[in-house]
Write a protein that binds this ligand. Structure first.
Ligand code: SF4
Length: 324
């Protein structure tokens, strides 16, 4: 796990949604830290709560509970005015650049928008100059200044999304599946751009994805989520070399890239998925876990460190029992 000074500390974050059937625990008691200038990858299947976690950190969704300490200040408790100012430092890049861009605005207007919103660079000419520089930074030709989103391909549209996020000089960016909607050939270009920008501007990323091979190459540390719970976290190398949780092992066994590590035989997950609505105090993976024991149905394993810098929530690891 990174030892550098933390930019973000998330403590016991919860986001519940009321549904006709009960309370849906989309994010349930999730805690982690991200060091300055580092990337934490968050992986898991669709519906595991990874995107909700990113949005709750930024308060695009109001957290139900927990703390989000950004440079020591709890974002979850900021009033509207203070939150508006803080948003300059915490930005988001969305999965689908097409639907996240206003089709009626030119790309220069889109990139300029946060500068206007935050009252930065009041002089119009200087602001337009800044927009042109941002386009240079993300590799968008200046001839595209007055084009509309529908005139661009997916990669360029995502570059617009990145320029818009960078416009206000953020320190932290939630990258929510930023390359999932792009062709494979374009994905590498966007990931390289994001890596270079991270180095150049000292950015800290929360990188949300369902793609394990992408997360391995992009992240310093990785957190694995399952049904609203964080069930394993470690450095990217440790997680791939020695996964601890049966769910992580099953996910990794499915990666079709033999060169990463020897994945062994593919583990097919069978059984019933536990409902995240009013969940019982049990392991949420119990219904699909090939190693489930009686204790897994009677209590919920806590996330505990089972090797230096490597934590998991599973009763198979004796240390995890101490968290009961
Ligand atoms: Fe499987 Fe039990 Fe570990 Fe849950 S706690 S992952 S059910 S062995």
């Amino acid at each position: 796990m990174s030892n550098s000074e933390n930019l973000l500390e998330v403590v016991g974050l919860k986001k519940y949604f009321k549904t006709p059937k009960g309370m849906l625990h989309a994010v349930d008691d999730v805690s982690f830290t991200i060091g300055k200038g580092k990337t934490l990858g968050v992986v898991g299947e669709s519906g595991c709560g990874k995107s909700t976690t990113g949005r709750a950190i930024l308060r695009l969704l109001e957290p139900t509970g927990g703390k989000v300490l950004f440079e020591g200040e709890d974002v979850a408790r900021l009033n509207t005015n203070a939150l508006r100012k803080k948003r300059k430092e915490m930005q988001i890049i969305f999965q689908d650049p097409f639907s996240s861009l206003n089709p009626r605005k030119t790309i220069s207007q889109t990139i300029e928008e946060p500068l206007v919103l935050h009252g930065m660079i009041p002089d119009k000419k200087k602001r337009q100059q800044r927009v042109a520089e941002l386009m240079d930074t993300v590799g968008l030709a200046r001839r595209l200044y007055n084009t509309y989103p529908h005139e661009l391909d997916g990669g360029r549209r995502q570059r617009v999304g990145i320029a818009r996020a960078l416009a206000v000089d953020p320190k932290f960016i939630v990258c929510d599946e930023p390359v999932s909607a792009l062709d494979v050939s374009i994905q590498a270009q966007i990931l390289n751009l994001m890596k270079n920008l991270q180095k150049e501007f000292g950015l800290t990323y929360l990188f949300i994805t369902h793609d394990l091979s992408v997360v391995y190459h992009f992240s310093d540390d990785i957190a694995v989520m399952y049904l609203g719970k964080l069930i394993e976290k470690a450095s990217a190398d440790d997680l791939f070399a020695a996964p601890k949780h049966p769910y992580t092992k099953a996910l990794l066994s499915a990666i079709p890239v033999p060169s990463l590590h020897d994945r062994g035989e593919r583990i097919i997950m069978k059984g019933e998925i536990t409902s995240p609505i009013n969940p019982k105090p049990a392991c949420r993976f119990e219904g699909r876990c090939p190693s489930a024991m009686d204790c897994c149905r009677a209590a919920e394993p806590k996330l505990v460190e089972v090797a230096p810098g490597h934590a998991t929530a599973c009763f198979l690891h004796s240390d995890a029992r101490q968290g009961e």
